[in-house]
Design a protein around this ligand. Sequence first.
Ligand code: NAD
Ligand code: ZN
Length: 612
Amino acid sequence: MKIIAMIPARYGASRFPGKLMQDLGGKPVIVRTYEAAKETHLFDEVYVVTDSKIIFNEIELSGGKAIMSKKEHDCGSDRIAEAVEHMDIDIVVNVQGDEPFTSKEGLEQVLNVFKGADSDKIDLASLMTEIHDWKEISDPNCVKVIVDKESYALYFSRSPIPYPRDKNAAVQYYKHKGIYAFRKQALLDFYRLPMRTLEAAEKIECIRYLEYGKNIKMAISNTQGIEIDTPEDLIRANKVLKEENKNTDNTPNDKYRNFPMVPKVVFGKGCFDQLASILAPKRKNKAPFIYIVDDVFTDNKAFIERINIRFNDKLLFVSTKEEPKTTQIDDIVKEIKSEFNYTPSGIIGIGGGSVLDIAKAVSIMLTNKGSASDYQGWDLVRNKAIYHVGIPTISGTGAEVSRTTVLSGPKIKLGINSDYTPFDQVVLDSDLTQGVPKNQWFYTGMDCFIHCVESLNGTFLNAFSQSYGEKAYDLCKEIFLDDTITEEDSRAKLMMASWHGGMSIAYSQVGIAHAMSYGMSYVLGTKHGIGNCIVFNHLEEYYPEGVALFRKMVESHQIEIPTDICKNLTEDQIETMIDVALGLVPLWENALGNDWATIMTREKLRDMYLKM
Ligand code: NAD
Ligand code: ZN
């Protein structure tokens, strides 16, 4: 008998977007689930079947087997049915993608059902758990099941079944668990059968089998898994995993990250004019350089002339009114591909964090198929990017040194974090930052300051991060508080502060300000620099020294920090903000330690947001 496991994995989940790609002890939830299913050794094969390229790539990359579903599906079993239609198998078990701790015991029980004398009669098997609490029994989110004396399901319902007319009758209630083992034919039948009224009324898939006279045999399993439905579940799951790791003694051999750095950098006033000679050896016959430039420079003729466009090179102005989007990257790549028959010699990004990120992403997407949104996450990029150069014209984000390019996708805001992301060459010419408006100079500069505060106060801090963080922190103090420093000096120092700040978080993490401003930006579109400032201004409880200094800087430069941003938010907006912020587990862990979830509750976070 050939038995396989299928893990249906839909990317978008209404309550917790992208939950299957959330980090669970260094691996995405879906990879954990896959590995857990594999480790039971109960299956000939384990597959993930998904609608998402991101999940597909992630599973393949981790050495697993994944299948892209061809059609839109309403439910997981349809997705599985499509996948197994042409497979030579007898039994398929569906494993829930969001149950990373799926126990061997439960899966064994559901398979054992087919080993009984009545095996031929059974179309599918499923599991149930005893429940005792009336609150749970009467909760419509909890599906109850009743069985006959041979444990065949009689009915599934969201109502309490049976109804306890006689309160003294000794009746055991059971909750249905969403694990099934199907005979292949039963699953294919289900796929073709139209929904009937009982199923439609209760919104419970497996009622369809009963309505068509199929036999579902139930087994009791009282093991408790953790389903990841909310950010809080994820926190619990991370804790459980930590405990488990403590008890086993295997140290992973990838404990320390091995990351690339920018291999070439030129620094100095006016070094921008060396660009042509830096690029010359990189030019490939007939293949152009593409310059992606912030459109703030559109009318700055003198500056554009210095860029030294040659042959068929292309100048592409981009707007930074909004933060970079995956669709914007896809459009630029399409434009370049349709205009040139050759892969460009290189991409040169000239601008702030937004343009630098766009340049990095475009250089990746010119050699990797699909949409930029397929690669949002960690290490999903397969092919080396084309040669790319970063030239900052405003300082603070550290995007010039970092290993990520932050993009808003259709479903999430998340960077393409990969070994191919960092620039091959960076040109640091502090003269280029001369025209930056004062408020913007401050907001972006504070991104650097906040990176340092969060890194230096974080629990992930090590000497590597600290050495860069302390230097950048001191430079920021000098730049923003010492009024004897010349403007020219200040520009050069901020450029280096940004660099060090970026290096500092490479090995550590940012913290509360970033987690919260990320939530704010997702819901309100608030830009990164100003969003950080709005949030950080309210974090004296967590970063007392940093916030005190920040306020001094604000005062000394007479900067206005917007207030009452979250005052008129709808309940939905605030809930999403909280979900997005709490989803960034590593940031909270860095800021508040392992027990962060007991400190930063939803209520606490809501209170904080409402003050902003
Ligand atoms: P930005 O690139 O959006 O630029 C801010 C403003 O400054 C824009 O209006 C721009 O036109 C203007 N500007 C830039 N240079 C100028 C100049 N020389 N003269 C006049 N105006 C100039 O802002 P930013 O704060 O540098 O970057 C924010 C972005 O960086 C966000 O999208 C954020 O997600 C991203 N980010 C990325 C990383 C990373 O590691 N990749 C880190 C932090 C932030
Ligand atoms: Zn930042």
